[in-house]
Design a protein around this ligand. Structure first.
Ligand code: ZN
Length: 492
C-alpha cells in the first residue's frame, strides 16, 4: 500500500471520533450529527438518551388517544370534520395569545425543567469523572494489556479495547438513564416498556462499539504517524466521515429503533397539502421522500424533522403529530422543517461546527500532551499512541464541548428562529390566519412536551438548542411584514 493511501485511510477512519464522541455525550453537536431538527421538542433530558431522535426523552402529556381528525374550520386544506370532534380537537384550536399551561401540568413542567437543568450540568462532569476513574483504577491499561495479548493486529486490538472501554464508560450511566425513563413514564410522556427500552440500549451499545472501534483505530493510527499534527488530520477526516454518517443515518441507523413507512400510505390528504406548501417555496420534495414514523409505540410527544443528505434526504412526520394536530398546524410544522432545508441549515451548521472543532481539537491536543506528561506513569500509559490514553482524549473533548455549549446552542437557536420565520412566510396565504395557527402549534407542542412555562434566561442561553416556546408564540403572533407593506425575507 502506498504511503498516500495509508494516510488517506487513516484520516478517514480517525475522523469518525468526532462523530462517536459527541454522539455518546451531550446534546449540542447532536443536532448536526444527527442532522435532524425538531420544531418544538426542544431540550429536556435529551442528554440522557442513547439516541436523541429515537427516544427524544422530552415531555408530553397524555393526550386523547383517539385519532384527532380535527375540524376544518381554520383551513380549507384540512381534513374533513369528524363526526364527533373530541375534546382535544377543540382544545387545539383555542385562540392563543401567550404560552400558558393548565395548573396540573404547570408544576410538572417546572419540575421536569429543574431536573433537566441539573442533568445537563451534572452529566458531563459525571462522564469526565468516570473517565478519570477508568484511568486511576488502572482499567484502561488493563484493557490495553488484554487487547495486546489477544492479537498483534491493530484493528483487533482496537475492537477489544473499545468494547471493554465503552462498556466501562456506559454501564455506570445506565441507572441515570433508567431513572429518567421511569420519571418520563410516570409523567406519561413516554410509554415505551422496560424490555423495549433495554433492547434499544443494547442496540445503541452495539452501534457505538462498531463506530468506536473504527474511530479509535483511526485516531491512534494518526497519532502514531504524526505525533505533532494528528489533531489536524483527525479534524480533516471528521468532515467526510460526518457527512457519511448523516447519509446512512436514516437508511441504516434510524430503522433500528423505529418503524418508517411512506407518508402517502398513511395520510395521502396530508401529502397533498404538504406538496402545496412545497410548491409555494418553489421546491420539489417528491412524496417518496416523505415518511411516517411510528413514534406512538414509544412516546406521547410530537415531532417532525428533516434528515439525511443527498439521496437519503427526507422529511419525517411522527404519527403522534398527525394524531394531535390539525392539518394547518402540521403544515406550519412542516413549513418550519422546510425552512431548515431551504436555508441550508444542515451544511451551514456543519461548517460552523467544523470550524469550532478545528479549534477544540487543537486545544485538546495541547491539553492532552500536558496531562499525559504529568500522569502517564501513574496511569501506566506508555506514550500518547498507547490505547490506554484514550480516556484522556475523551475527557478533554467532553470538557471542551461542555464549555462550547453556549456557542453551539446559540447557533442552533438562531437557525430555529429563522425556520420559524420561514414557516410563517411559507404558510401565509395558504393557511388563513397563519400566525395564529403557528401560535397554536407551539402551544400544543409546549403543552405536550411540558415545556417550562418560566425558564431562567441564563439556562436558555447555555443549554437550550431551541428558543423558549413563549418567545416563539410571541414572534408568531407579531410577525407580519405583509400588513406593513413590507416584503417577507425568505418567501417572496
Ligand atoms: Zn427546527
Amino acid at each position: 500500500m502506498t504511503n498516500r493511501r495509508r494516510i488517506a485511510r487513516c484520516v478517514l477512519a480517525c475522523l469518525m471520533l468526532a462523530v462517536a464522541f459527541p454522539a455518546a455525550s451531550t446534546q449540542g453537536a447532536e443536532m448536526y450529527l444527527a442532522a435532524s431538527c425538531t420544531v418544538g421538542v426542544s431540550m429536556a433530558l435529551r442528554c440522557s438518551t442513547p439516541h436523541g431522535k429515537a427516544a427524544g426523552y422530552i415531555t408530553a402529556t397524555r393526550q386523547s388517544s383517539a385519532p384527532a381528525q380535527m375540524s376544518a374550520q381554520v383551513n380549507n386544506l384540512a381534513k374533513e370534520t369528524p363526526a364527533s370532534p373530541d375534546e382535544h380537537a377543540q382544545q387545539s384550536q383555542k385562540r392563543v395569545t401567550s404560552y400558558t399551561l393548565p395548573h396540573g401540568t404547570y408544576a410538572k413542567a417546572r419540575h421536569l425543567s429543574r431536573i433537566s437543568f441539573l442533568l445537563r450540568v451534572f452529566l458531563p462532569f459525571y462522564q469526565i469523572a468516570l473517565l478519570a476513574l477508568i484511568l486511576r483504577w488502572g482499567w484502561s491499561s488493563k484493557f490495553r494489556d488484554w487487547a495486546e495479548a489477544a492479537s498483534t493486529r491493530r484493528i483487533v486490538q482496537a475492537a477489544i479495547y473499545s468494547s471493554l472501554f465503552l462498556l466501562a464508560f456506559t454501564l455506570p450511566q445506565l441507572p441515570i438513564a433508567a431513572w429518567v425513563h421511569w420519571l418520563l413514564r410516570r409523567y406519561d410522556l413516554v410509554i415505551q416498556g422496560w424490555a423495549s427500552w433495554f433492547w434499544d440500549h443494547i442496540k445503541t451499545q452495539f452501534v457505538i462499539t462498531i463506530i468506536g472501534t473504527l474511530v479509535i483505530a483511526g485516531l491512534f493510527r494518526a497519532i502514531r504517524r504524526s505525533p505533532r499534527r494528528w489533531w489536524f488530520y483527525f479534524w480533516l477526516g471528521s468532515i467526510p466521515v460526518t457527512l457519511f454518517f448523516i447519509f446512512i443515518s436514516p437508511l441504516v441507523i434510524d430503522p433500528l429503533f423505529n418503524k418508517f413507512e411512506p407518508l402517502q400510505s398513511h395520510d395521502p390528504a396530508l401529502v397533498d397539502s404538504l406538496e402545496r406548501v412545497v410548491a409555494r417555496a418553489g421546491l420539489s420534495i417528491p412524496p417518496e421522500r416523505m415518511f411516517w414514523m411510528n413514534a406512538s409505540a414509544k412516546v406521547n410527544f410530537v415531532n417532525a424533522y428533516v434528515t439525511g443528505i443527498g439521496a437519503s434526504k427526507r422529511v419525517v412526520v411522527w404519527d403522534t403529530t398527525i394524531e394531535k394536530m390539525t392539518n394547518p398546524q402540521i403544515l406550519f410544522v412542516f413549513g418550519h422543517e422546510m425552512g431548515h432545508y431551504v436555508l441550508g441549515h444542515i451544511p451551514k451548521g456543519l461548517g460552523l461546527l467544523e470550524a469550532l472543532f478545528f479549534l477544540l481539537f487543537y486545544i485538546g491536543f495541547r491539553l492532552s500532551n500536558r496531562v499525559l506528561q504529568k500522569k502517564s506513569q501513574a496511569w501506566q500509559i506508555r506514550a500518547p499512541d498507547d490505547w490506554a490514553s484514550l480516556p484522556v482524549y475523551g475527557g478533554i473533548l467532553l470538557l471542551l464541548l461542555f464549555v462550547a455549549t453556549p456557542l453551539t446552542n446559540g447557533m442552533s437557536r438562531y437557525f430555529e428562529h429563522q425556520a420559524d420565520q420561514y414557516g410563517l412566510e411559507v404558510t401565509h396565504g395558504i393557511t388563513p390566519d397563519s400566525g395564529q395557527v403557528a401560535a397554536q402549534s407551539f402551544q400544543i407542542l409546549g403543552e405536550i412536551d411540558m415545556e417550562d412555562p418560566a425558564p431562567n434566561r441564563l439556562e436558555i442561553w447555555w443549554f437550550w438548542d431551541h428558543p423558549w416556546i413563549g418567545d416563539r408564540i410571541k414572534f408568531a403572533l407579531e410577525y407580519g411584514p405583509w400588513s406593513k407593506g413590507e416584503s417577507p425575507e425568505f418567501v417572496k
